[in-house]
Design a binder for this molecule. Structure first.
Ligand code: NAG
Ligand code: NAG
Ligand code: NAG
Length: 401
C-alpha cells in the first residue's frame, strides 16, 4: 500500500476528531467555521507527519491546497486585469475602463500567508482587488513578493519596497493616470506586516518625492518581540490560525532551524539587549483596559536562545518596535482587528502607538471576527464575515483616499 491511501484514511479520522473543537460563542456561521478549522488542523497535522517522514516540507502541503484556488487575470466589463512585473516583481493590475478626465487614486495590495504562502491570484483576493478598483474607480496593484523559505527575510520586504518605489515614479504614475497624492498601501495579515514596514520606510525617506496618502492594515501581524500577549494566550488554538501553526509557518521567513519556533512558543527567543524593544510593545501600557482582562504582565526572559538571531531586533519584522519619531510621519491609517485572533493585540497596540505619535487612525474591531476571514469570500467557503470585512475596508478607502 502506498502512502496516499494511508494519508487519506488518516485525514478522515483527524477531521472527524477536530470537528468537535470548541468555538467562541458569538461567531457567525459556526458550522462553516468549524469545518474550515477542522480542515486546517487536519492539514497541519498531515503536514507535520509528511515533514517528519521526510516526504515534504511543512509548508508544501498548504501551498498545494492554496494553489488550487489561483485565478487567471480575466478582465470584466468594468476593469481591465493583467499580470505584469514592476521592477521584476510579479504584479496584477486592475485598471478601470470608465472614461475619466482627472487622475485616479491607487491602492497597492499585499496578500497574507505568513510570508510563505499565497498570491494575488487567490480567488477572494482577486475579487477584493477587482471590487476595490471598480468601487473607487482606482488603479489597484496586487503584489506577489517572493516567498520564504526559498526567499527568506528581508527579500519579500525588499520586493515590496521595489514595487512601491517603481510605482511612485512620475512616468509610471502618469502612464496609469494615477494621482500621486492619492496612493494607499494595504495588506492583510503578513501582507499587513509588509505594508506597515514599507510605509515606515517610504514616509521617512527624504529622497522620495511622492509619499503615501494612506495605509490600510487588515488583521496585521506587527511584531515578534513579545509572543505572550493576551490575544496569543486567548486564541492559542484558533479558530483557523492556531499559535503553533502561525509560528511554524512564519519562522520559515527567518530560518529553517527548528530551535527558533520552539523558543518562540515559550516566548524566550529574544536576544540580550532587546529590553528597549519590549517597552515599545508593552501590552500592559498600550492595550485598552477592556482587552487586558485578568492577564498578568510578565517581564521578558532574554538571551536564552542559542544561537541568538539578531534579525529579531529588526523593525522591518516588527513595525511596532520603533520609536515615536519613526511613527510620526506615517499617513492616515486604517486598522481592522478581530476579537478571536492571535494577532489582535498587535493591531490594537499599533492603534494606540500611532495615536500617541499624532497619526490619524480609523479603527474597526470585529467583535465576532476571526483571522483570515477575507480569504473566505468565494466558494467553496463563503463567510459573511469576510464580506463584512471587505465592505468596511472598501468603504473606508472610498471615504478617505
Ligand atoms: C460593473 O459595475 C457595475 C456598476 O458598479 C456593477 O453593477 C456590475 O456588477 C459590475 N460588473 C462586474 C463584473 O463586476
Ligand atoms: C510594561 O509595563 C508595565 C506596567 O505598565 C511595567 O510594570 C513593566 O515594567 C513594563 N515592562 C517593560 C519591559 O517596559
Ligand atoms: C529609540 O530611542 C532610544 C532612546 O531614546 C534609543 O536608545 C534607540 O536607539 C532608539 N531606537 C531606534 C530604533 O531608533
Amino acid at each position: 500500500m502506498g502512502y496516499k491511501p494511508l494519508c487519506f484514511g488518516l485525514t478522515c479520522i483527524l477531521f472527524a476528531y477536530y470537528i468537535y473543537t470548541p468555538m467562541p460563542e458569538n461567531i457567525e456561521e459556526p458550522w462553516k467555521v468549524r469545518i474550515m478549522d477542522a480542515a486546517i488542523k487536519t492539514a497541519s497535522l498531515m503536514a507535520t507527519i509528511l515533514e517528519k517522514t521526510g516526504i515534504k516540507r511543512f509548508d508544501e502541503l498548504f501551498s498545494i491546497i492554496i494553489k488550487l484556488d489561483y485565478t487567471q487575470p480575466i478582465s470584466d466589463e468594468n476593469v481591465t486585469v493583467m499580470d505584469t512585473t514592476f521592477s521584476d516583481i510579479p504584479v496584477r493590475l486592475y485598471l478601470p475602463k470608465r472614461k475619466r478626465e482627472s487622475q485616479r487614486p491607487a491602492v497597492i495590495f499585499i496578500h497574507g500567508g505568513a510570508f510563505v504562502l499565497g498570491s494575488y491570484k487567490q480567488t477572494p483576493l482577486d475579487l477584493l482587488n477587482r471590487w476595490t478598483a471598480n468601487k473607487l474607480d482606482a488603479v489597484v496593484v496586487g503584489v506577489d513578493p517572493s516567498l520564504a523559505p526559498q526567499y527568506p527575510f528581508p527579500v519579500p520586504y525588499e520586493d515590496v519596497v521595489s514595487v512601491v518605489k517603481f510605482f511612485l515614479q512620475d512616468k509610471i504614475l502618469a502612464k496609469y493616470g494615477v494621482d500621486p497624492n492619492r496612493i494607499c498601501i494595504s495588506g492583510d495579515s503578513s501582507g499587513g506586516t509588509l505594508a506597515a514596514g514599507v510605509a515606515q520606510l517610504i514616509q521617512n525617506d527624504p529622497e522620495l518625492k511622492h509619499k503615501l496618502k494612506a495605509q490600510a492594515l487588515i488583521y496585521p501581524g506587527l511584531q515578534v518581540v513579545d509572543l505572550s500577549l493576551p490575544s496569543h494566550r486567548e486564541n492559542e488554538h484558533g479558530p483557523l490560525l492556531s499559535w503553533k501553526l502561525a509560528i511554524k509557518l512564519a519562522c520559515l521567513y527567518l530560518t529553517q532551524d527548528k530551535v527558533l519556533p520552539q523558543a518562540m512558543m515559550k516566548n524566550q527567543h529574544m536576544p540580550h539587549g532587546s529590553m528597549q524593544l519590549f517597552k515599545l510593545v508593552n501590552w500592559s501600557t498600550f492595550l485598552p483596559e477592556e482587552y487586558k482582562k485578568s492577564h498578568v504582565y510578565t517581564e521578558p526572559i532574554l538571551g536564552r536562545l542559542n544561537p541568538s538571531y539578531s534579525i529579531l531586533l529588526d523593525s522591518r519584522l516588527s513595525p511596532l518596535a520603533v520609536n515615536d519619531s519613526q511613527l510620526q510621519n506615517l499617513p492616515l491609517t486604517y486598522i481592522l482587528t478581530c476579537q478571536h485572533d492571535i494577532l489582535r493585540d498587535d493591531g490594537l497596540m499599533y492603534v494606540s502607538r500611532l495615536q500617541n505619535a499624532g497619526v490619524k487612525v480609523s479603527h474597526d474591531h470585529m467583535e465576532d471576527g476571526i483571522h483570515g476571514a477575507l480569504s473566505f469570500m468565494a466558494s467553496p467557503i463563503y463567510l459573511k464575515l469576510g464580506i463584512r470585512i471587505k465592505d468596511k475596508y472598501i468603504n473606508w478607502l472610498e471615504e478617505n483616499l
